[in-house]
Write a protein that binds this ligand. Structure first.
Ligand code: SF4
Ligand code: FES
Length: 359
């Protein structure tokens, strides 16, 4: 039985932003009944007992939880490395000081673009300037700062300017993340999927920046999987290294797994260990026994685990099929068709549909 390394604690799906690339579930009303402070503290205790070493406090916007300082104190007290994944809206200096005193180890701030007009259009509210001020507070209080920028068709041409902004913020690390096409991002896929030409331009900028900033700032950037030959080993394998707990207590092998037609598992009804070890949801695609061809007989099956189960389900309606991103998948045309559309002249005119706001 593998031991989980990281817990993604999605404390709430409430959020001051309304990003058009949001991959959280569309039916947010189902998550209004959030776990209480005591229930989260129990989840953290059980996670530590299972071997979890890293606790990522995320959302939605985790700062909207009034008990965030208490939750950080509990997770830190259990010896877990604590990471706040935040839009930084609401990260005042006094709030930040409270979190630091509670033992928070690391802060990851999302930024949507390098200048206010684009950033605020993507975020759905004027947030850019407030984010920059909050990022400065993170550095002043001595935390390591990661800036996360989700890249897509609307901002990828400005990667050089984005890296310059992150340098100005004195960040230790920038994650140039690819859009995950779930939730609202799935609806907006045509307006978000970049073209080949855009990606080639970004690659060149990133290569030069990595050389220039070596030893000062880490730049994380990988080719979007729609353009790759093989899929990524999503989550390091299904229920192998990571687990997610959603705001309502649903335990999931990955943040998008609530879309799959498998029985729910809730920390309200069962211990985290029982869910991790025995629930149908966590055992469904663990290891390689569930695979069919071409994965079953492929020598990469222990490397990428057949790719992403949620993407296989999203694109084919069957989570046990090979991720269509793989060029060996019989469903690969589902990906190449989307890529061709993104590279056709009409692809440039796709418009982002704004995500409704739910604060
Ligand atoms: Fe990975 Fe399956 Fe493709 Fe082989 S066939 S590379 S295991 S996704
Ligand atoms: Fe669920 Fe990849 S996002 S397995």
């Amino acid at each position: 039985m593998p031991e989980p390394f990281g817990l993604l604690a999605e404390l709430t799906y409430r959020c001051p932003l309304a990003c058009s690339y949001c991959s959280n579930p569309l039916e947010l009303a189902a998550y209004d009944d959030e776990l209480t402070t005591a229930q989260w503290q129990r989840v953290f205790t059980e996670a530590a007992e299972l071997g979890v070493l890293q606790c990522h406090l995320s959302g939605g916007e985790p700062l909207l939880r009034r008990d965030l300082v208490d939750l950080v104190r509990t997770a830190a007290g259990l010896g877990m490395y604590t990471n706040l994944v935040t839009s930084a809206i609401g990260l005042s200096r006094s709030r930040a000081e409270g979190l630091r005193d509670a033992g928070l180890d690391h802060v990851q701030v999302s930024v949507q673009a390098d200048e206010p007009a684009t950033a605020d259009r993507i975020a759905g509210i004027p947030a850019f300037e407030r984010k920059l001020r909050a990022a400065a507070v993170v550095k002043e209080l001595g935390w390591p700062l990661t800036v996360n920028v989700v890249l897509h068709r609307q901002n990828v041409d400005r990667v050089a300017e984005i890296i310059a902004l992150v340098e100005d913020l004195d960040a230790d690390r920038v994650e140039l993340a690819n859009t995950q096409y779930y939730g609202w991002a799935w609806r907006n896929r045509a307006a978000l999927l970049p073209s080949r030409e855009q990606l080639a331009g970004a690659e060149e900028v990133v290569r030069a920046a990595r050389a220039r900033l070596a030893g000062r700032m880490e730049i994380v950037h990988v080719l979007p999987d729609y353009y790759a030959e093989y899929p990524k080993p999503c989550m390091g394998g299904w229920a192998a290294r990571q687990l997610t707990v959603a705001p309502n207590g649903d335990a999931l092998p990955c943040p998008a797994a609530q879309t799959l037609p498998l029985p729910r598992a809730s920390v309200r009804d069962q211990s985290l260990r029982a869910i991790w070890e025995d629930s149908p949801l966590f055992t469904a695609y663990r290891g390689t026994g569930w695979m069919r061809d071409p994965c079953r007989s492929c020598d990469r099956r222990e490397t990428d685990f057949g790719g992403c189960r949620c993407q296989a389900f999203q694109l084919t309606g069957d989570a046990a099929r090979t991720d269509p991103v793989c060029h060996l998948s019989p469903d690969h045309a589902l990906v190449t068709d989307a890529v061709e559309a993104a590279n056709a002249p009409a692809g440039r005119d796709e418009v982002l549909v704004p995500r409704p706001h739910r604060g």
